[in-house]
Design a protein. Structure first.
Length: 453
């Protein structure tokens, strides 16, 4: 009997432990059941809110829904003191893929709107509830896609911000395929505008504005635009003998068959002009066009002069050069590819009395206006004639107007015209400086502003 002392205490302790373990098991089971009930309740509320958001979006006008494509609507809904986050998304969708990812073919153009409702459980104990459905367009609606491609015509230009000009005034950026889609449009009169730093269209415009968008009621259409990084050309002017000291330039003109309407583009000096230049190409200097030349895969034709009328009538002696522009690059035409200008020799003579015949005058002032309206002067004499009366200088092709004055106290001037063509053209200006002679020339002097008559 003495050996069984204390066993009662041991049995009580073992029984207590068993009772505690059993109680904890029962409590944990009840707690898990409560948690599961709470999670199910939260998930049911989230599912209800998602379904409610789907119905809300279906009741909205499509002009509102398409705005959710670029800016999803996020709102907070309180249920029994718990705040749920509801996000409403809309995507342009098609039959084959559900959500359109490009505009490489008609099969990937958007035909539907995919409306998506996502509800987040604030407790974090459940995953987000997401419901999707499709809305088909009505018979009076249409889809339209914009695709912006580079100079190859196949590579997409991504990251270009595009704005739909008309209501609902949608905007977005092109994807890696250069594509952006607008769905559920009513009517057919729509335009888009876009711009990206450093890029130009085929006519050298950075900002492309109010371009018509193809919209066909009842279907989806694609409108393609060409847009790439602009480039530039640096050119040098010389006369037909390669002399830089007697070459004149105020800029150059480029022609490319890809330009809109096959129109030439002219670049001239002067900060007040549309196409501002980086340098004035006087006396054989260089001239760099702005970085607004589209990088066509084929070459430009380049000639001296800042208008179409200065286009050379011949192709010899380097009058017209070829130059290919790369995206973002400045093509520096080599010295051997300078823009040649045919020479004009101007001889200035005058007479000082009624009985005198005309003779060469020294140190006269001579100004020349080319066919494009650019003015050069005063022109330095050639240095080849001791009387300093002869001026031989290269100018762009076309009609030239010359103003020469006697640079004397009599202040007489005379004008003349000549058409500059291949080779060397000659012009003689006779100034009647005899003041008392009834047929004397007009009083005045020449300057950059004329007179030209």
């Amino acid at each position: 009997m003495r050996e069984e002392r204390g066993w009662l205490m041991v049995e009580i302790m073992v029984g207590t432990v068993v009772l505690v373990i059993a109680g904890l098991g029962i409590y944990q089971g009840l707690d898990r059941a409560s948690q599961a009930s709470g999670q199910n309740r939260n998930r049911s509320v989230a599912a209800y809110l998602a379904q409610q958001d789907q119905e809300r979006m279906r009741a909205l006008d499509t002009s509102v829904l398409v705005g959710y494509i670029s800016t999803p609507k996020v709102r907070t809904v309180a249920v029994n003191g718990t705040n749920y986050t509801v996000t409403s998304n809309v995507y342009a969708a098609n039959d084959s893929q559900g959500v359109s990812t490009g505009c490489t073919s008609a099969a990937t153009l958007a035909s539907y709107l995919k409306i998506s409702s996502t509800v987040v459980d604030p407790t974090g104990k459940n995953g987000s509830v997401k419901l999707d459905s499709l809305l088909s367009p009505r018979s009076d609606q249409a889809g339209a896609a914009v695709q912006i491609v580079d100079r190859t015509g196949t590579g997409g230009v991504g990251g270009v911000p595009v704005t739909l000009v008309e209501a609902p005034s949608l905007n977005g950026s092109t994807d890696s395929n250069g594509c952006l889609q607008f769905g559920f449009l009513r009517g057919t009169d729509y335009h888009v505008s876009f711009a990206k730093t450093g890029y130009v269209d085929e006519d050298g415009n950075n900002a492309v504005t109010n371009q018509p968008l193809t919209v066909v009621t009842g279907t989806s259409s694609l409108t393609q635009f060409t847009y790439d990084v602009g480039g530039a050309i640096t050119a040098m002017f010389r006369d037909t003998t390669g002399n830089t000291n007697t070459a004149r330039g105020r800029g150059f003109t480029v022609f490319q068959s890809g330009l809109s309407g096959n129109q030439e583009r002219s670049f001239m000096t002067g900060t007040s002009l549309t196409d501002a230049a980086s340098a004035t190409a006087q006396n054989g200097g260089t001239f760099t066009s702005p970085m607004t030349l589209f990088p066509f895969t084929s070459s430009y034709s380049v000639w001296a002069g800042t208008c179409d009328a200065a286009k050379p009538t011949g192709t010899g002696a380097g009058y017209i050069r070829s130059a290919t522009v790369s995206p973002g690059g400045t093509l520096a035409m080599p010295a051997a590819s300078y823009l040649a200008q045919p020479k004009v020799t101007i001889t200035v003579q005058d007479r000082t009395s009624s009985s005198n015949s005309y003779s060469n005058i020294t140190n006269s002032d001579v100004y020349v206006k080319d066919v494009c309206g650019a003015v050069y002067g005063p022109i330095p004499y050639s240095g080849l004639v001791s009387s300093k009366s002869t001026y031989t200088t290269g100018f762009p092709f076309g009609a030239l107007t010359v103003c020469a004055d006697d640079n004397r106290s009599t202040q007489r001037y005379e004008t003349g015209t000549v058409t500059n063509t291949a080779g060397t053209t000659n012009l003689t200006i006779n100034i009647d400086s005899y003041s008392s002679f009834s047929g004397g020339d007009s009083t005045g002097s020449c300057s950059t502003s004329g007179p030209w008559s």
